[in-house]
Design a protein. Sequence first.
Length: 200
Amino acid sequence: MTDPRETSPPAFTAAAIYPPPPPPDTVPSPPYGFLVPDMTGFRGWYPSRAELLAVQGAIDDLTSFADYSTVLGSSAPAPGGIVDALDDGLCWRTLRERTEAWDAYVRTRDGMAWRQAFTLLDDLKPLFTLAVAKKPDLAKRYPSLHALFSAPTVAAATSQKTRKKNTKAAEERDRAAPAASATPPNAARKPGKTVTVNFK
């Protein structure tokens, strides 16, 4: 498998185009103890595009519905509760859309940052490796830097896993080949029976 770093376009200084990353603590975290539920339980409950467009107007209508109880009866749910629920839905939908846009931006900047960092490290690696070969104590003086250069890349690990899988498949084919060749051709097929039909 080809290491993507060998074919990637050259890195550039992203700081000239994009602002630096914000501190991680500026991104809110879910409340402590929150567990993601089975999201299939929300199927059918998300509003359609047409419903979303009408929600704010519906909130305004409910707020100005002066004779609400008289027209709809005492069994109708309280308009205040409906307004609050709709307003919460709009707020969470706005947060969701902005979060998804932010997630796409963060993923993009994450990839750009690491591409730039590893491009520079790929230039440094052979120089550091050569220096360690001449002065082995450098690996002990800068252990994390040495570990970084010694760690296999994701592409290399994936390639090694694929090679092992292919080797195992080839060995299984080789073991199956003698058994297949020892079987005479058409051995499992019974000869056809000749049937004579007399037409009168």
